[in-house]
Design a protein around this ligand. Sequence first.
Ligand code: KIV
Ligand code: ZN
Length: 502
Amino acid sequence: MSDRVYVFDTTLRDGEQCPGASMNSREKLEVAHQLARLGVDIIEAGFPVSSDGDFASVKQIATEVRGPVIAGLARCVPRDIDSAAAAVAPAGERGRVHVFLATSKIHREHKLKKANDEILRLTEEGVRRARSYVKDVEFSPEDASRTEPEFLAQVVRVAIAAGARTVNIPDTVGWAVPEEFAALIRYLLENVENIGEAVLSVHCHNDLGLAVANTLAAVRAGARQVEGTINGIGERAGNVALEEVIMAIKTRSDFFAGLELGVNTREIVKTSRLVSRMSGLHVQRSKAVVGENAFAHSSGIHQDGILKKRETYEIMDPREVGWGETELPLTKHSGRHAMAARLVQLGFTLNEAELDTIFIRFKEVGDKKKFVYDDDLAALVEDSIAAGRDNWILDYINVTSGSTTIPTATVRLRKGDETLQDSSSGNGAVDAAMKAIDRILSKHGNLIEYHVDAVTQGQDALGEVTLKVDFGDGKLISGKGASTDVVEASARAYLTAVNRVI
Ligand code: KIV
Ligand code: ZN
């Protein structure tokens, strides 16, 4: 058995299924480029048949992102498989079609209403159809952990015989516990005669908080591909957090002896921040590996120990995952060239037009702030990517507010040569600005979530607003914006969300 553990990232597919986490195609492309720098082996870029936008985004990633295999998800039906194959085609040999079909009794009887032999037939037909397009086919028996092991073994055998080169065992509803899940992996390795022709993979959800434990137990039992998302984002309690699995295997190499990963762990923190900003999903401070507090020691005893020998209380070197790699900040005197060079260092892939837009914002911020830190710059880029091209942008905002005045905002928006302006009062300055945008664009959004964070420290810090809005159909649309002025950042964030529904 090979000792290489393949890392399959599904942030852009399963992760993006998290309510309110949807990203536009430009944001997805940026995340995909960063995942390639992180060195994941496979990027599941989306579910192409689900919408024209998803199809286009998977195709764009397959065309532009170099390095990892690019996968597209498909149900076990011809339309889905054809669509996924077409979307990943630009990646050539690096294109993978990932076909799934539920196999558990509860799914067979209540969802699919299909007998076991039909499931076996569909598995074979689906995998063969995918193989007619690409060599690299992955098959997932959905809800595998609740499937009768004997039947699961039959399905896996058929999928491999039909040409699947990876067979993934999903714990779809986060039902498994580590010992039992490891036993299932061992059972498949021992009872599926052709298992050696495929890589055995696992895909764990975190409903009982066991996703990392289950994934690691499966790896110990012989699984050689791990599927998950950055920051553990995903439906319900999320998918397994890949950064935790990666650092567990690396840090405890004594226990996971001989296992190899192709990941550049120094890119982990950067990737985590990018995903958090692009998806609008905050990372809790105490989250393992990537939380703000993951390496903060406050007790005197711990600090004393660390100063004497770091390993007394620190099992990982923070630099190993990319913490603390800061450069000298830029200032308003820094030119476009210096800014562009720093953006390349930070890992962004921007075209000239995008650089022009960001440089204007950089100068505005530089006029208000003594130093423009890397995090400020990243927030400006992410703000401008979230705003998108060919959308309404904030041209001007003026707000009056105070303890004895009715808060009022005047907003001017611009799209190409067209400008529109209107004013509104509101419960507060932020509310007034949002209502003015609503009046201009004839929308009505209800603010469901609102966060403001200081991007860096100090009184002149850039404020970054992340919000979620319901425009009346029950769907949560996220938006984000950054500025030294919190009301302006809120208006920018709200406008991003409005642009998305438009
Ligand atoms: O959780 C799951 O079962 C899935 C499959 C599509 C792999 O996401
Ligand atoms: Zn899943």
